[in-house]
Write a protein that binds this ligand. Structure first.
Ligand code: ADP
Ligand code: MG
Length: 563
């Protein structure tokens, strides 16, 4: 490994993760070991192996109980996964580790720092969880960037258009709507709203529910079969972007189940999701105190924006054309790369300033458990705010307070961040006063200070300190991370074989024959092939499998042509 140290930008997605570096003043997307620029956020952890990305996707059929997805939704919660009780933080660490490994293989330089993006709606705790994942991998993660900020930056770089924009990021597991203001080289976040339990995954579920409604016997199938069913539903959904009608087949215990679904049916069934989208968009416009017509452009981000249904719905809702970025799923990572350029103060990037907003209110409790916000939601960061409070009892010795995050009027109904106290000079009630100062920075670190003439000993505390992981946490993860490090970097052949296995379980019997033919030919041609030839062969077979998969939903392919 070279002597250089570098920063890498990571879009740690619910469904897909990407990694970008800066080289020669340019953004450079880093391919994974299979040459793909996007790595599925899927992890398989077995007794003695750890797989991340495509490998895990392929292994899911073999190890359904040890393969995990969508864990980003559980960042910061106590939810654990599988027999080994792995947390979302640890699973994310494995993804980060894999991405870092890909960068190191690609550049021959060591990654020491990462800039990671998170949904704007992530709570403070979830942001800290994300930092933890990076720290477990032994890299610094001081900058946690909101995905829409990154997207806006990328958009601005391309269009150089100033104004007020709506960033609509609809990915696999989260929806974020953000109003950003771009003016004079400043990208300012005006308001954010979101739903971190709403994504493309829910559209898959709509189709799955319809399928099960059609074939109730499938309601209680094993979780392994459920996973195959679900990935079938996702493929059907993507096919519905291109075809007005799809025919979905699913094989279970030697019986074939089929359902035809038209785009219109699908739109009707998606109504509840569209309503939830509407709610989020309405919320962000309200918070920004603007109307739909005040928006200069709608920036569509995230894989689910490739769906015609979503595009049409947004255009109808906002009554204007939307801007489909060339690659909705690479907008965030592109902006993150630019963010690294700004942090590095590369020539030409020194002037851009990125502000952020506090996604929730921060405050203290006052008499009767009433919540008194000090920094209100959507305040531009960094910020420092001060409020004065007086004592409520005669000759009170100390002022006790709790710091909360949230929007509830009842203080204790919000999320408790910390409690503290400061001794005060004893006076009649209302006569002693204290000054509470909240300083909140762009990295989500809240500094609390209690000062004032009546305060005998000043109180200073930070909710988040830099040392947020313990040695035990790191030690527990070491064996897993080592396995990722060790994993063969030429896994392409294994991956292809697993893909065959997976397809074999997914395909209907007619296509299975074709699959078997391809597999036998592959086996034969592989014998004695040189390394270069083998890679060519693998690429060819992968293309054939792509065609085979595509034909599954193509209504114009006749059954007998599938052989
Ligand atoms: P995340 O940021 O959550 O990791 P992405 O932005 O990569 O997610 O989006 C992943 C989602 O996009 C998945 O739910 C996937 O099914 C969906 N998706 C990808 N391509 C299409 C398509 N052509 N039509 C509809 N949905 C799509
Ligand atoms: Mg995303």
């Amino acid at each position: 490994m070279g002597g250089h140290y570098m920063k890498a930008a990571i879009d740690l997605g619910t469904t897909n993760s990407l990694v970008m570096i800066r080289r020669n003043g340019k953004n450079e997307l880093v391919p994974n070991q299979f040459g793909e620029y996007s790595t599925p956020s899927i992890v398989t952890v077995t007794e003695d192996e750890v797989f991340v990305g495509e490998m895990a996707y392929a292994k899911e059929v073999l190890y359904p109980q040890s393969t995990f997805r969508l864990f980003k939704r559980d960042m910061g919660s106590n939810q654990t996964f599988g027999e080994r009780k792995i947390t979302a933080i640890e699973l994310s660490a494995m993804v980060i580790k894999q991405l870092i490994k890909d960068v190191e293989a690609f550049t021959n330089e060591r990654v020491t720092e990462v800039v990671i993006s998170v949904p704007a709606y992530f709570t403070d705790e979830q942001r800290q969880a994300t930092r933890k994942s990076a720290l477990i991998c032994g890299v610094e993660a001081n900058r946690i960037i909101n995905e829409p900020s990154a997207a806006a930056l990328s958009y601005y770089q391309i269009d150089k258009k100033e104004g007020q924009f709506l960033v609509f990021d609809f990915g696999g597991g989260t929806l974020d709507a953000t109003v950003v203001d771009i003016f004079d080289d400043i990208v300012d976040i005006v308001a954010i709203a979101g739903n971190n339990q709403l994504g493309g995954h829910d559209l898959d579920m709509i189709i799955e529910d319809a399928f099960i409604e059609c074939h109730p016997v499938l309601a209680n199938i094993s979780s392994d079969s459920k996973k195959i069913l679900r990935s079938k539903m996702e493929k059907a959904k993507i096919a519905l972007t291109t075809f007005p009608e799809v025919s979905i087949d699913f094989k279970y215990e030697n019986t074939n189940y089929n359902m035809k679904l038209t785009q219109q049916d699908y739109i009707n069934k998606s109504e509840p999701i569209l309503m939830k989208i509407r709610k989020v968009v309405a919320q962000v416009l309200r918070d920004a105190e603007i109307k739909a017509e005040d928006i200069d452009d709608v920036i569509c981000v995230g894989g689910s924006c490739k769906s015609i249904i979503i595009q049409n719905y947004l255009e109808d809702l906002l009554n204007q054309r939307i801007n489909l970025m060339p690659n909705p799923d690479k907008v965030v990572i592109d902006g993150l790369g630019l963010m690294v350029a700004i942090i590095n103060r590369e020539p030409g990037y020194g002037n851009t300033i990125l502000t952020d907003v506090c996604p929730f209110s921060l405050g203290v409790d006052v008499i009767g458990d009433i919540y008194s916000p000090i920094i209100s939601r959507n305040t531009t960061l960094p910020v420092s705010r001060t409020r004065h409070y007086v004592t409520i009892n005669d000759y009170q010795r100390v002022v006790r307070f709790s710091v909360y995050q949230g929007e509830n009027l009842v203080a204790s109904a919000n999320k408790l961040l910390m409690s503290g106290e400061a001794p005060v000079i004893m006076k009649k009630k209302g006569a002693a006063s204290v000054t509470v100062t909240f300083t909140y920075d762009i990295n989500g670190i809240l500094d609390v200070a209690i000062t004032g003439d009546d305060v005998k000993k000043e109180y200073h505390n930070q909710v988040v300190t830099n040392k947020i992981i313990t040695d035990q946490e790191v030690a527990r993860m070491m064996p897993y991370l080592k396995l990722i490090d060790k994993s063969e970097s030429s896994n392409r052949e294994i991956l292809l074989e697993s893909r065959f296995e997976r397809l074999n379980m997914e395909l209907m019997s007619q296509s299975q024959e074709r699959l078997r033919d391809l597999f036998m030919t592959f086996r034969e041609e592989k014998e004695g092939a040189s390394k270069g030839k083998l890679i060519q062969l693998i690429n060819k077979v992968n293309n054939q499998l792509d065609d085979l998969e595509r034909s599954i939903f193509d209504p114009f392919v006749k059954e007998n042509n599938r052989h």
